[in-house]
Design a protein around this ligand. Structure first.
Ligand SMILES: Cc1cc2nc3c(=O)[nH]c(=O)nc-3n(C[C@H](O)[C@H](O)[C@H](O)COP(=O)(O)O)c2cc1C
Length: 358
């Protein structure tokens, strides 16, 4: 397969195999969770450079489910309009676009609401324990995800991506470290995957057959083999794409680097693809800065799509570099864009290509 090959999912044609991974812009939204002009331009620029599939950043399904007060949301109808402008900007420039929906669970920001989760375990503040959700609260939370997906559909998105990794709520249900339950939402693989699987089924019912449902799932939880079994539950529930990233646990001795041009995080996607080949598209992510490595993964049929986070933040022209061997500015692999509202966000690659920061 070539990087330029298209892929059809639920009747939507993704024009090539390059995905923009969800990457929160911590300083773009306000506490009202509405998309801003900055978001629209940010995603438009990535679509203009030819990205096939854009996964819009983690967007909260309820105001208490945020990592930081300034995340976008889809918990209120008033938030639909801003998202519709993001979706339009992507569509006008040929990209398929889905939005990642999330609840942070036990890692929620205390300024946004109480930490809740499958079990009572230490939160961001190790002295504070999370509140264990009862069955009623679990079902209400699943409804929040479904309602957010319905709003995403109204906004014109082609689908949603459930945030099932990086230690947020869906991931907290699948990890035995954070899920100590003994009811139907804890214990066996099937039970731990039930929270996410039921959301997938309900989103399909409410949003229809032409709506893409992806899940970004943990590649090790607690080992790769179990993480694949969990993903099998999502596939049974009807998910359309598996985008593989990291989880809460990290100690699978069967998962080694083997002198490949990609790292062991990207290898998680390769291992999932080995297992799910031909059944469901699988993508990988992490430190894929070099167009030649992206092409290697696709041309050797190691994954179906390649997700780019920092490399496409650094320079959206990486897509043209992969597809057409054009010049681009490579991500510096610095921490400036990363994970926190207090980071400077002054990407040196963006500065090099002339972006002015306030
Ligand atoms: C600034 C920033 C924001 C991120 N926000 C999200 C997010 O909203 N959802 C998510 O699943 N991962 C998020 N991530 C993780 C990335 O999607 C990606 O998995 C990670 O950066 C590794 O891939 P990369 O080397 O291509 O950046 C974020 C990463 C960065 C650097």
């Amino acid at each position: 397969m070539k990087a330029s090959d298209s892929l059809e999912v639920r009747g939507k044609v993704i024009r090539n195999r390059i995905t923009m991974a969800p990457t929160v812009k911590f300083d773009y939204a306000g506490p009202d969770g509405k998309a801003t002009e900055k978001h629209i331009e940010h995603y438009r620029e990535r679509a203009e450079h030819g990205c096939g599939l854009i996964c819009v950043e983690a967007t909260a399904v309820s105001p208490d489910g945020r990592f930081w007060t300034n995340h976008m949301g889809l918990w209120d109808d008033d938030q639909i309009e801003g998202h519709s402008l993001i979706a339009k900007a992507c569509h006008d420039n040929g990209a398929v676009v889905i939005v990642q929906i999330n609840h942070t669970g036990i890692t929620s920001n205390p300024d946004c609401g109480p930490a809740i989760g499958p079990s009572s375990v230490p939160t961001r503040d190790p002295n504070v324990m999370s509140k264990e959700m009862n069955t009623f609260e679990i079902h209400k939370m699943q409804e929040n995800f479904v309602n957010a997906a319905v709003r995403a559909k109204k906004a014109g998105y082609d689908g949603v991506q459930l945030h099932g990794c990086h230690s947020y709520l869906i991931n907290q249900f699948i990890s035995k470290k954070t899920n100590l339950r003994t009811d139907e939402y804890g214990g066996s693989v099937e039970n731990r995957a039930r929270f996410g699987a039921e959301i997938i089924k309900a989103v399909r019912k409410e949003c229809g057959e032409d709506f893409i449902i992806s899940i970004r799932t943990a590649g090790i939880e607690p080992d790769v083999a179990t993480a694949i079994e969990i993903a099998e539950e999502y596939v049974k529930a009807g998910v359309d794409m598996l985008q593989v990233s990291t989880g809460i646990e990290w100690d699978d001795p069967t998962h080694k680097e083997e002198g490949k041009p990609y790292n062991k995080f990207a290898k998680l996607g390769v291992r999932f693809h080995d297992h799910f080949k031909g059944r469901i598209p699988v993508s990988c992510v992490n430190s894929l800065y070099e167009p030649s490595v992206i092409r290697y993964l696709l041309e050797n049929d190691l994954v179906d799509l390649v997700d780019l986070g920092r490399p496409i933040l650094a320079d959206p022209a990486i897509v043209e570099a992969v597809l057409e061997y054009k010049p681009f500015v490579k991500c510096f692999d610095c921490p400036n864009c990363q994970y926190g509202p207090f980071m400077p966000h002054k990407c040196p690659a963006a500065i090099k290509r002339g972006v002015k920061f306030e």
